[in-house]
Design a protein around this ligand. Structure first.
Ligand code: T4K
Length: 371
């Protein structure tokens, strides 16, 4: 196996020479964390880029989830999706919440509002929905359920950086939305995250909580935590935000090549764009290996690995299938989510993936399709 490994993703990095002056500035200033010029600059730049009212930068997406729950004072049952990265549900556990799983819609792959409504009990306090692969949830449907039952609505928008529904930022939906800027995300700061919200008082509370609950030097108003983004990461974010549109455009071109190559292969289901999405971010390229394909999903995954193409089964197993979550309410009846988890495969997708490398992936999948 001599070919270079092609991983599911590779973080975009601007030329090092462009980062060097920023590093020199940090060294000269000695301002490394606890809020600083780059931190404030990135918060403002992201609010403008995402067209959202308020952004609070954080150390990662998992802490963002925990702080959103804490700031909105959510405790009790929270209805959530099993078809996500485990951090979504773990954050509920860290926040003294009980996860209740509801099934997903087969097109959006996100929480089905009718299934959410059916899972509501007198103890339900919130809905934690995920825009998986950056595909929007039925935000109107979930909002209506939340309003009917007086529930908080929080979006895990870790995959949804920059996605727009009609003219609106998807991140503006709900009481709060969280972002992840992990290295595997379209926009990253090595590690990092944020909470997006509308309400000024909510942002003030999040900002208090991310810095141990301090108000000034001598008062502590809440059991906060250390969830701050440091200046090194923020400086990197300020720089890389300048090239994000190019990264997304490159991913869109690769997505179009994959779509054209795979559309007619029997047994492969591709994801149709959802209505109303005027801007996607192409964070992932999931395809679904159905019974009509020549190989099972796992056999295709192995076949690609033999050729050094490291596809990933995001999101298999379902969160509700991890031992610690098997007994959670709703975990035993999630037929749509299960079907998706059992058939999904995410192919390599990142801006630096070269034309020849894309051809390598296409050839490998096409060859596997021949019985
Ligand atoms: N909510 C959702 C819906 C999420 O998807 C996530 C995270 C979160 C919340 C939590 O946000 P954070 O707290 O992480 O900010 C990865 C990421 O670690 C995780 O951030 C992400 N979701 C999840 C979907 O994927 P792994 O264990 O699959 O990553 P790993 O290390 O296997 O990386 C995948 C491939 O990417 C590697 O094979 C090679 C490439 N890679 C990775 C890293 C880290 C690089 O080329 N360079 C790198 O530095 O979880």
């Amino acid at each position: 196996m001599s070919d270079k490994p092609l991983y599911v993703t590779e973080p975009a990095l601007p030329p090092f020479e462009q980062f060097e002056p920023l590093l020199r500035e940090l060294w000269a200033s000695h301002r490394l964390t606890n809020g600083g010029p780059y931190h404030d600059q990135l918060e403002a730049a992201l609010a403008a880029y995402l067209a959202v009212p308020r952004v609070s930068l954080l150390a990662n997406g998992t802490l963002a989830l925990m702080l959103a729950l804490k700031a909105l004072e959510v405790e009790g049952e929270v209805i959530t999706t099993p078809y996500s990265f485990v951090a979504t549900t773990h954050a509920l556990m860290w926040s003294n919440c009980t996860p209740v799983f509801a099934d997903i819609d087969p097109l959006s792959l996100n929480l089905d509002p009718a299934a959410v409504e059916a899972a509501i009990t007198p103890r339900t306090r919130a809905i934690l929905a995920v825009h998986v692969y950056g595909r929007p949830c039925d935000t109107a449907g979930l909002q209506a359920v939340a309003e009917r039952h007086g529930l908080r609505l929080i979006y895990d928008a870790a995959h949804a950086f920059g996605v727009r529904l009609d003219t609106d930022s998807l991140m503006a939906a709900g009481d709060a939305a969280i972002l992840s800027f992990h290295a595997t995300k379209v926009f990253h700061t090595f590690e990092g995250g944020a909470i997006v919200c509308r309400d000024e008082a909510l942002k003030a509370r999040i900002d208090l909580l991310r810095n141990f609950g301090f108000k000034g030097e001598t008062r502590v108003l809440a059991t906060g935590i250390n969830a701050k983004m440091n200046e090194l990461q923020a400086a990197f974010g300020c720089l890389s935000l300048g090239s994000i549109d190019g990264e997304i455009a490159a991913r869109a071109r690769i997505t179009a090549r994959y779509d054209a190559a795979f559309a007619h292969l029997p047994g492969l289901r591709l994801l149709a764009p959802l209505p109303g999405v005027t801007r996607h971010n192409h964070g992932y390229y999931p395809l679904f290996v159905e019974p009509g394909f020549a190989l099972s999903r796992d056999a295709l995954y192995d076949r690609l690995r033999e050729q050094n193409i490291i596809a990933r089964r995001y999101f298999y197993p379902l969160i509700s299938d991890f031992d610690m979550y098997r007994a959670a309410p709703g975990a035993d009846h999630l037929p749509v989510a299960r079907r998706m988890a059992d058939t999904v495969l995410c192919l390599p997708l990142y801006g630096a993936l070269g034309d020849d490398e894309v051809s390598r992936v296409i050839d490998a999948v096409s060859a596997a399709a021949r019985p």
